[in-house]
Design a protein around this ligand. Structure first.
Ligand code: SF4
Ligand code: SF4
Length: 309
């Protein structure tokens, strides 16, 4: 296998851009679900949770960025989730990545209104518009729970007005690349409207990264090598320039710094200060790549904001 880094012909693209746009923070691996495609092995048994002290460092550094992108686990399950969202919304555009299902559980039912009041963008995972596929990836009952939350969000203005952006996130249910994003978006829009009366802003398709729980399942089924071959054979040089790591910094639950959320479970910390507590200036840095990076450059490219080409 050709090491991923050797596929990048332009040496400048091995570094971040001069100006970073997004600070992405993973505020814990605790999750109410245990999805098959999860790249961080999140689940109900995980104990890693970001402290408020680490969050105060995030708020200190946030004015250097346009956007705070909050992810998990289920970020809502961090006891200081509301504190972080409240304070961050005063400093930057805020995105919350949610599995939606959590918002049907006791103690979390107020979150849709809380986010709507602060004009927080929601990027909600909904790996399929059919109950059968969705439940097979995320557990029985998850599709109907997500649908009920989407209806609540629509009633609050999400998906309808430009202050309430509601993105849906698709992941393939297996070892294949996502279909064309705009065609799938049209299909999602048509099916969710006709069957449930639901509307949303955009669909992001994300390629499954061969790490974490998804990587383990590939190994167990004996399809790890063929999936890697698919990613490598689908390498698209035009996807290199817009790899999300070139425009962001990623913070783990314990404050450690990474180029992206995929590098976190691999322990690939950045070439620079190791913890946000020690970060005082945002500098251009060399990105730490691995062969899992082929997932970001396959086909139309993939990032937390969908395709990149
Ligand atoms: S993919 Fe998201 S919702 Fe599913 S287990 Fe992982 S963090 Fe939780
Ligand atoms: S996995 Fe991370 S470091 Fe690798 S290309 Fe994707 S965003 Fe960049």
């Amino acid at each position: 296998m050709i090491p991923f880094e050797d596929m990048i012909n332009n040496p400048a693209l091995k570094f971040t851009a001069e100006k970073l746009r997004v600070l992405q923070v993973n505020i814990g691996s605790l999750c109410n679900l245990s999805c098959t495609h999860c790249h961080i092995n999140a689940g109900p048994g995980r104990k890693e949770i970001m402290t408020r002290e680490t969050m105060t460092h995030i708020l200190r550094i946030l004015p250097n960025f346009e956007t705070l992108d909050i992810t998990g686990g289920a970020p809502e399950m961090n006891p200081d989730f509301r504190f972080l969202v409240d304070e961050a919304a005063k400093l930057a555009h805020v995105i919350v990545r949610s599995n939606l299902v959590i918002m049907t559980q006791k103690g979390y039912e107020d979150i849709p209104a809380f986010l709507a009041d602060r004009n927080i963008e929601i990027a909600a995972s909904l790996p399929c518009y059919t109950e059968e596929n969705c439940d097979s990836m995320r557990g029985k009952g998850t599709f109907n729970a997500a649908i009920s939350v989407l209806k609540t969000l629509n009633a609050l203005g999400y998906g309808h007005d430009e202050k309430h952006i509601l993105d849906l996130v698709y992941n393939p249910n297996g070892d294949f690349l996502p279909p064309n994003q705009s065609e799938l978006e049209a299909e999602y829009k048509s099916r969710l409207m006709s069957e449930h009366g639901i509307t949303f802003t955009r669909l992001f398709t994300i390629t499954n990264n061969p790490i974490g729980r998804f990587g383990d399942s590939l190994r167990k089924s004996g399809s790890y090598d063929s999936y890697m071959t698919l990613l490598i054979d689908s390498f698209n040089p035009s996807a290199v320039e817009n790899m999300m790591c070139r425009f962001q910094l990623s913070v783990a639950w314990d404050g450690r710094l990474y180029d992206c959320d995929f590098n976190q479970p691999l322990g690939l910390t950045i070439d620079g200060p190791q913890n946000i507590a020690d970060l005082h200036e945002i500098q251009k840095r060399r990105i730490r790549f691995g062969n899992h990076c082929y997932a970001c450059t396959a086909g139309s490219g993939s990032s937390c904001g969908g395709t990149t080409v």
